[in-house]
Design a protein around this ligand. Structure first.
Ligand code: MLC
Ligand code: AMP
Length: 502
């Protein structure tokens, strides 16, 4: 194994061992082989340098999933740039904030967005990347390759934006050591082998699809069946030539409903992994009934990578639990002040280890709010821990909705709605949704005498907020329920509207 802390050097070493075998396969055709990884990333890294990307500079990327997008990520690591991927659903209003905050020297956007993104950019070079190997990023690729650079463990590899319960999105700074430690741990824990074949169905702008899924394959020299979207029948159709799948509970729910899902169809698969949102015990059981396979549920976060996992071997995968802390990761369950709660009692899960991020980009005060002096990060997830160490998530101390594996922070939606004319106040909640796990609902009170409507509110915020954050329903009411202290009782609203999407 390379002694270079650049995680890319470890991928390259595995690629050299893998030889001519495919890395990315799309529609049965090799889109990228391990043998080509060095040259292709070397050229692209040289291109990024020529565009002005120096070591430590940020590269902001908002493009569709494609093999070239994977190469771009790897080239950025190779060149020592800090990779900043953005959800393709973000609107230009959201993008403007990220560009201002990250101050990138290179920005890569979809060809169709070039003019709009160009208008937002104060500095830095803008290039495009299309879905079919087109785009100005790939023009003028130099013949010479940039060598895989030496990195220190604490050097930044990526910044991933994550919203907060207050204020604007924060950029979680992840170092090469953060990414590498988590990837090596998971490689061993989940038994990754070079003959594994991963079905990749996740977006590659979040921890799950970009790091957990791709790093596992890259470190092991395994092949990846690359799906750009999620079509349950197509995914099941790949099971016979694959061994692993990673997804969010919405994926598993849709797979379970597909008529093609049978025990026979899954017989070649060795592991189904779920995370990013709670997998209901019933969903776990329904999947097992149809396939004979027990999903392995794990738990993680942008700021920390993976924290706990149910066992792959040597223990039971218990539905409704997220398993045990990873080997080099320590967790404790604490009360609000940070003191550990009594054994077995619920409290906020705090975590420390080589996986824990280096802080929020240019927001030391936010970092300080969420880190204990001894280096434990406060996740905001409420959990219990059994005497044998097994963790069960039982709630959230943070006001957060998770829809289809994507985080929605009610505060951000409430601020957008409250700013509209005719709105006095709003409360945004998540209620059970059969497909997405939770569905976003806004409960809104009008200013005295003002006429507001569901359609009017949805229309007014549609240009500001990414589609997945927009409420599925807006309910106009006379008043919000409040407790004696005047605080809005969201729990009462969640109870009242729990059947809205039933
Ligand atoms: C799509 N829509 C969503 C949505 N995804 N709305 C709410 N929440 C979501 N997650 C919108 C679409 O814009 C569309 O709106 C409508 O819902 C129906 O879309 P669809 O075609 O059914 O959705 P689809 O494209 O199939 O996407 C669903 C999905 C996708 C589950 C495949 O959301 C997805 O890939 N989720 C995974 C997210 C992820 O990678 N999370 C990991 C975060 S990392 P309309 O009105 O236009 O029709 C993390 C750490 C960790 O959390 O531990 O892993
Ligand atoms: P993100 O900030 O987008 O990385 O989302 C992280 C959050 O997703 C965590 O803090 C949890 O609330 C949630 N999460 C991740 N995995 C699981 C899981 N297996 N079960 C329940 N919630 C999860």
């Amino acid at each position: 194994m390379s002694d270079n802390a650049n995680i890319f050097a470890h991928f390259l070493a595995a690629a050299q061992r893998a030889g001519p075998k495919p890395f990315l396969i799309e529609g049965g055709v090799t889109a990228l082989s391990y043998a080509d990884l060095d040259r292709r990333t070397g050229q692209l890294a040289a291109r990024l340098r020529a565009l002005g990307g120096q070591v430590g500079d940020r590269i902001v990327v908002q493009v569709e999933k494609s093999p070239e997008n994977v190469l771009l990520y790897l080239a950025a690591l190779r060149a020592g740039l800090v990779y900043v991927p953005l959800n393709t659903a973000y609107t230009s209003a959201e993008l403007a904030y990220f560009l201002g905050n990250a101050e990138p020297s290179v920005v890569v956007c979809r060809p169709a967005d070039e003019a709009a993104v160009g208008g937002l950019l104060e500095s830095g070079k803008l290039v495009t990347l299309g879905t079919d190997g087109t785009g100005s990023l790939l023009d003028d690729l130099p013949e010479s390759e940039l060598a895989a650079e030496q990195r220190a463990p604490s050097d930044l590899a990526a910044i991933l934006y994550t919203s907060g319960t207050t204020g604007r999105s924060k950029g979680a700074m992840l170092t090469h050591a953060n990414l590498l430690s988590n990837a090596l741990t998971l490689k061993d824990l989940w038994g990754w082998q070079s003959h594994d074949v991963l079905i990749h169905i996740l977006p590659i702008y979040h921890v799950h699809g970009l790091f957990v899924a791709l790093h596992g394959a890259l470190l092991s020299g395994a092949s990846v069946l690359f799906h750009r979207g999620f079509d349950p029948a197509a995914v099941i159709g790949d099971f016979y030539r694959a061994s692993l799948l990673m997804g969010v509970p919405t994926h598993y729910g849709r797979l379970t409903s597909a008529p093609e899902l049978t025990r026979e169809a899954c017989s070649k698969m060795r592991l189904f992994i779920s995370g990013s949102a709670p997998l209901l015990a019933e969903a776990h059981e329904r999947f097992e009934e149809k396939t004979g396979q027990r999903i392995l549920e794990r738990y993680g976060m942008t700021e920390t990578g993976m924290i706990t996992s149910n066992p792959y071997v040597g223990g039971e995968r218990v539905a409704g639990t997220v398993g045990y802390p990873l080997p080099d990761v320590e967790v404790r369950i604490c009360g609000e002040g940070g003191a550990p709660v009594a054994a077995g009692e619920p409290g906020v899960l705090e975590v420390s280890g080589p996986n824990v991020f280096a802080g929020y980009w240019r927001m030391p005060e936010k970092t300080a709010e969420e880190m204990r002096p001894d280096g434990f990060f406060i996740t905001g997830d409420v959990a219990t821990q059994a005497p044998d160490g097994r963790v069960t998530l039982v709630g959230r101390a943070k006001d957060l909705i998770i829809a289809g594996g994507l985080n929605v922070y009610p505060k951000e939606i409430e601020e957008a709605i409250d700013a509209l004319e005719g709105v006095e106040e709003s409360a945004v909640i998540g209620v059970p949704h059969p497909d997405m796990g939770e569905g976003v609902v806004a409960v809104v009170v009008a200013d005295k005498g003002a006429a507001i409507s569901e359609e009017g509110i949805l229309g007014a915020i549609s240009g500001q907020l990414a589609r997945f954050k927009q409420p599925r329903r807006v309910l106009v009411v006379d008043a919000l329920p409040r407790n004696a202290m005047g605080k809005v009782q969201k729990a009462a609203l969640r109870e009242q509207y729990k059947g809205l999407f039933a």
